[in-house]
Design a protein around this ligand. Structure first.
Ligand code: HEC
Length: 420
């Protein structure tokens, strides 16, 4: 053990605790302890299922069939078959699919999609964000296991990269022009780089002690790294010389969340504590806010189409919306799964919007064509279990990470533009 690593662990644990109490995203361990119904298997569940999160994850879930429970817990823990059977028997009896679980609405359409999924090798690591890299690999951040992983989508071969700092909480992930992979260490106030060939990790501490929870990273058109910060800041890192600048959001409270760049090199982020989205000037870091039409909107992820329209997923309210920055006009649509559909991870291919609904069972992948205002939806094969980010590949395919079931997937799109 390295000198001082005990102290480091203690500090990391304190950081984890702080981040968790303020974060909607990383809730769980400190969630309310719930009473489980009596029955054979209860004791096993109380011990095997409380190592990573509280039992309210079980009581709050959609409920599942025995086959689904087996599939789901197999992605989190490796149990002796007898224990596994006792647990899944108990769960299927006491937590079957809830009658009121919002159902996915499958909308047919002209585009064909084929899904391929892979399990992340380390169980229960909570793949948070996916990334498609130019060499044809599908990466993810393993938030609960302080590692990044990738799968070669041709061979199915996987590799994991353990980060240097324990409990880093890797959250967002992006690739630079040299093929290095960058991540935000949400628990440890860091942005880091992994060289995929050597596995060498380089870490950059945030240079403002008030800014906590580096969230989503995004390179601008000039190769400068921008990132949102959970407690109301936006950061910028010049990866060539390590120069960092952090600015405060004009809103209070504020939670800059998804961030992307438009074709004029203007950064845009959505604020998950406010009905707002905002632009950030890449040079001056001046922030300009736009207020969404509905006061209860809480936009979580963002997409920018080729025509520089700004799209957002209003997670709690079930809407997607669009801002035309030229006119300041908004337009909104209810997502096909309805007001409880929880639209979340989002990206664009040309002028087409792709996103996922995380509030319906199974989770869906949604395609929206702004020209025709037509939706098309697909059920995600392992039900999704919350797709927090979407990355579109240069070929117009879509990669996703399925946090709750420890998988990543590619949706291969036959005719992305929808023309036959
Ligand atoms: C190694 C860590 C780990 C262990 C042990 C673990 N889980 Fe999980 N579990 C996770 C992670 C990570 C998630 C995803 C959390 C998230 O996305 O917020 C999760 C999510 C869940 C969910 C929510 C899934 C959904 O989509 O509704 C349920 C239910 C659940 N776990 C049940 C269990 C049960 C039952 C056990 C015991 C057999 C268990 N977990 C043990 C890591 C673990």
């Amino acid at each position: 053990m390295r000198k001082g690593s005990l102290l480091l662990l203690a500090v990391a644990a304190a950081f984890v605790a702080t981040t968790m109490s303020m974060s909607v995203d990383v809730a769980g361990q400190r969630g309310p302890q719930v009473q489980l119904p009596e029955g054979p298997g209860k004791e096993l569940v109380s011990t095997a299922c409380t190592k990573c999160h509280a039992l309210n994850f079980i009581t709050n879930s959609f409920g599942f069939s025995r086959t689904e429970w087996t599939d789901l817990i197999g992605s989190m823990v490796a149990l002796p078959p007898a224990d596994r059977d006792a647990i899944t028997g108990y769960l299927a009896q006491h937590f079957p699919e809830k009658a009121d679980a919002p159902k996915a609405k499958i909308v047919p359409g002209p585009v064909q999609v084929t899904f391929r999924e892979w399990q992340a090798p380390t169980l229960g690591q909570r793949p948070h964000d996916p990334l498609w890299t130019r060499d044809g690999k599908l990466w993810w951040t393993g938030q609960y296991a302080s590692r990044l992983g990738n799968v070669d989508t041709k061979t199915g071969q996987t590799r994991e990269y353990v980060l240097d700092t324990p409990n880093s909480g890797p959250h967002g992930i992006v690739e630079d022009a040299q093929g290095n992979v960058w991540y935000t260490g949400i628990n440890v106030q860091e942005v880091g780089k992994v060289d995929p060939k050597t596995g060498v990790v380089t870490e950059y501490k945030l240079n403002n002690p008030d800014a906590r929870g580096p969230h989503t990273p995004m390179f601008d058109k000039k190769g400068i790294l921008f990132f949102t910060i959970q407690n109301g800041y936006v950061g910028r890192l010049n990866t060539a010389n390590g120069d960092m600048k952090i600015v405060k959001s004009p809103s209070e409270p504020s939670y800059p969340y998804g961030i992307r760049v438009d074709s004029n090199n203007l950064l845009w982020y959505v604020d998950y504590r406010q009905p707002k989205l905002a632009s950030v000037n890449a040079d001056t870091m001046e922030i300009k806010e736009y207020t969404l039409p509905r006061a209860d909107a809480r936009p979580r992820r963002i997409g920018i189409t080729a025509d520089n329209m700004i799209w957002y997923a209003d997670f709690p309210q079930g809407y997607i919306g669009r801002l035309d920055p030229k006119t300041g006009q908004f337009k909104e649509w209810v997502s096909p799964g309805g007001l409880q559909s929880r639209p979340y991870g989002m990206d664009t291919v040309g002028d087409i919007l792709w996103y996922s609904e995380s509030g319906v069972k199974p989770n869906t992948l949604v395609r929206f064509d702004p020209k025709t205002e037509a939706f098309q939806t697909w059920a995600i094969p392992s039900r999704g279990h919350v797709v927090r980010f979407i990355d579109a590949t240069p070929d117009g395919n879509i990669v996703i990470a399925e946090s709750g079931i420890n998988r990543v997937a590619i949706a291969e799109v036959k005719n992305p533009t929808g023309t036959r």
